[in-house]
Design a protein around this ligand. Structure first.
Ligand code: DX5
Ligand code: ZN
Length: 216
């Protein structure tokens, strides 16, 4: 399949948020990645419902919410009402992951599970067939602009094997430190969806950068 690109607005100038949404709209991006942080699961705060509500009004791309929060179940209903298409929760934040995944799907959205860099893919063995997406963190979640963790490539190969063995259909998404060079290697390892934040929005021509990532 063709690689999907999901630009993250985490590192944009929120004073000019509309400008960044326009960039993504005018590009060949597939999804718009929204990084929600609660200052508890990760050591940083980002944004929540008021910002997502604003974004929803003008984005032409499906919204892909990455919840770096504890107790994500509390937010599923409101995310659906705001028109979010996909919700990804963290394995490490969900003691009742099966219940959380079913709740997302019951609300009519696609369900993803994210793994921190130290969390083995084998832990998904019993739930992989329920998932629409697995998000491999290639940095420790919490901040944009960090450098890529090399172990992410072999980890994606292991996940690809698990998905094939189980005849599952989950997409493999990767998030953190994505650029042309790491992006190419991630695709070779089996990734389907690349999230990119600072690489896109610090580029001279963000639209061209998104379109080039798509062609890797
Ligand atoms: C990190 C976020 C990422 C972040 C990626 O916690 O989940 O989506 O925006 O940023 P870059 O692409 O700058 O590593
Ligand atoms: Zn993210």
């Amino acid at each position: 399949m063709k690689t999907l690109i999901a630009p993250s607005i985490l590192s944009v100038d929120f004073n000019n948020l509309q400008q960044s949404i326009d960039i993504v709209n005018r590009s060949e991006a597939d999804w718009l990645h929204l990084d929600v942080m609660d200052g508890v699961f990760v050591p940083n705060l980002s944004f929540g419902f008021p910002v997502i509500d604003s974004v929803a009004k003008t984005t032409q791309k499906p919204m892909d919410a990455h919840l770096m929060v504890i107790e994500p179940d509390k937010y599923i209903d409101r995310l659906r009402k705001l028109g979010v298409s996909r919700v990804t929760v963290h394995y490490e934040a969900c003691p009742h992951l099966h219940r959380t995944v079913q709740a997302i799907k019951k609300a009519g959205m696609k369900a993803g599970v994210s793994l921190n860099p130290h969390t083995p893919v084998a832990l998904l063995e019993e739930i992989i067939n329920d998932l629409d997406l697995v998000l491999i963190m290639s940095v420790n979640p919490g901040y944009g602009g960090q450098s890529f963790i090399e172990n992410s490539c072999p980890k994606i190969e292991k996940l690809r094997q698990l998905i094939d063995t189980k005849k599952a259909s989950a997409l493999i998404q990767v998030d953190g430190g994505v650029n042309f060079e790491t992006g190419r290697r991630l695709i070779d390892s089996g990734a389907n969806v690349l999230v990119a934040g600072s690489f896109v929005f610090s580029a001279k021509d963000p639209i061209d950068t998104i379109n080039k990532l798509k062609k890797l």
